[in-house]
Design a binder for this molecule. Sequence first.
Ligand code: PLP
Length: 423
Amino acid sequence: MQFEDSLAFAKNLDRQDSLAHMREAFHIPQIKNSDQDEIYFCGNSLGLQPKLTSKYLSDELTKWQTLGVKGHFDCKYPWMPYHEFLAEESANLVGAKPSEVVCMNSLTANLHFLMVSFYRPTTKKFKVLIEDHAFPSDHYAVESQVKFHDFDPDEAMVLLKPRDGEECLHLEDILNTIEKHADELALIMLPGVQYYTGQVFDMKAITTTAQKHNITVGFDLAHATGNIEMELHKWGVDFAAWCTYKYLNSGPGSVAGCFIHEKHHNNPDLPRFSGWWGHDKATRFKMENQFIPIQSAEGWQLSNPPILSLAAIRASLDTIKQAGGINTLRKKSKRLTAYVRFLLQKRLANHIEIITPDEELSGSQLSICIASVKDGKQVFDAIEAAGVTCDWREPNVIRVAPVPLYNSFSDCFHFVDILEASL
Ligand SMILES: *Cc1c(COP(=O)(O)O)cnc(C)c1O
């Protein structure tokens, strides 16, 4: 589509936008001391609150007030199987079967628990492939697992580095590194979408190459779930985990999600750290000592889950469903992000560099390097003061994520206006 650099054009895109009404389904923060909406471009860090959330939370509080422990059973959305109400919509987001996903724990905790099952090093095949600039928590998790198995992280962690002077990784380099270390790699742990650059990884190609060499593949989907389309089941990915407070709008620190491919569900040889909520539902309350895992992703659960947090996830999943699901969101997302890119390139090409790769290799987020000024943080502070919420990453990057559920093309236009003025 041919974009134009004018507010009238942006407003026209908003009028044609079949998702424009979804903004009404969210609480939009207001600029301080005004009744004007912020330009909220931070849904990649903390998604906004759906209006359904307080209703769903309040329903659970009422149940607790009026039913006490009986809220587990005879009522609408009983707590006992509550996590099951999230499975279908979660599965749709990542391209899985409902039996392959479960909401539990937090993201980093899930990475650990999944590595207990899926990082099975031997003396020959013990290495883990991870990015050099992985999100710190992922690095710490892998490093500590490696040490837990008595390997030396310097030897056991293969770190993927971008080419000199570049920020993003080339697929070719990723696949070559896998081939090069194929005999020694036990596990590949990469993001679906990179948190700093916004780069989308070719999960299908990575998985296919890994499987040729019998290497287990797990993805951290913190920045991918609710942002891009995926087919985890078809691609044969072994496991994945994501948080639900970024593009999934389920509130700060909300319970995370994970995916375990069905090919692993019935494997009695897989070790796991178990808890009673992973035990066969039919006999869980016999309270016997012999652990019988549920033959699905649910078998990895440990505890009865925090219902208030799951209620917030359900509100968010229902909101996404109302919007038409991930394919519909992704269509608008591509256009929103392309519009910001168009405006930035047209007006600010001499001042900034967009480090996020083009089109198919990006999701909502654009990472903008403020190349022309010494102190990019000042620019960031200025746009924030002018009503833009986005985030700052050292040394010189502003990350913006126009989110299809609640951002408009006018938001994009105003953002670029404000950035231009601040430069
Ligand atoms: C957001 C994010 C995390 C955060 O982990 P928590 O366990 O939820 O605190 C971890 N890894 C990546 C890649 C992230 O983007």
